[in-house]
Design a protein around this ligand. Structure first.
Ligand code: ZN
Length: 253
């Protein structure tokens, strides 16, 4: 039993314990090129959060990882078979219910551990922060913690070399053999501003990619996945410890 995972812990252990920080991993259920499982983001969230929490726990941090929420915002993939969308307003309701429990039980620190690019929590956190002023709610996306170019030769955006490397390391039995991998070629918007990133509209996924991937996975290896995983979780563990130690009424110098 890993005591830092709520799903594995028990009432006997937990009823008298004092948790400092709750961590809520949030994934998605969606196609990842031809070759990766629909639960790719959830697998990444589960493994990343558990390993980071393990390192932090062993340094004395009282953290608890809540079960991963398996559905994310997939509004741009409505025509991709069995991509499951959870709308932002539903996410808000789920998040509010969880925060209501934490707040009532005086666990005032919550970290959203995001694993899917379509999930955006900042505006929800602003709104919920006003409703629950004692709560200190943060969000991090593990895939933004490190410079991917230092770990991968051709990093992309979705089901790319990075995600394929991670899955080859974490769940190789769920990755199709290499000759079945798509190239993850992305069609760019004809209007320049969109490619430059200073104007945004939702991408119609089935129109920008033939295989649902964005980024070529061809150079993925298990070793690259392992190296990246180790460094991300080490950095995340440091964050967990820092938030645990922080006095939330005295954060700024
Ligand atoms: Zn993904």
């Amino acid at each position: 039993m890993r005591p830092y995972l709520l799903a594995e812990n028990n009432w006997k252990n937990l009823k008298n314990s004092k948790i400092e920080l709750a961590i809520l991993p949030w994934g998605a259920t969606e196609a990842h090129n031809f070759h990766l499982p629909y639960s790719t983001d959830n697998i990444e969230a589960d493994f990343m959060a558990a390993e980071s929490a393990k390192i932090a726990w062993n340094k004395g941090a009282k953290v608890i990882v809540l079960p991963t929420i398996p559905f994310g915002v997939n509004t741009g993939q409505s025509d991709i078979y069995l991509d499951i969308n959870m709308s932002p307003s539903t996410q808000f309701a789920v998040l509010k219910d969880i925060i209501e429990v934490l707040n009532r039980q005086e666990i005032y620190k919550l970290l959203l551990f995001n694993s899917h690019g379509g999930n955006e929590f900042k505006s929800m956190i602003r709104e919920l922060g006003l409703i629950y002023p004692k709560m200190f709610i943060s969000v991090t996306s593990w895939f933004k913690t490190l410079d991917r170019n230092k770990y991968f030769d051709d990093p992309g955006d979705h089901a790319d070399e990075m995600e394929t490397s991670l899955l080859l390391y974490l769940k190789p039995e769920l990755v199709l053999s290499k000759e079945k991998w798509g190239e993850g070629k992305e069609k760019k918007n004809k209007i320049q501003g969109y490619s430059e990133g200073w104007v945004w509209s939702e991408r119609k996924w089935s129109q920008i990619s033939e295989d649902t991937g964005v980024g070529n996975p061809a150079l993925a290896t298990k070793e690259k996945g392992k190296r990246y995983f180790k460094d991300v979780t080490k950095k995340m563990a440091g964050l967990f410890c820092d938030i645990c130690d922080a006095d939330i009424d005295n954060l700024y110098e």
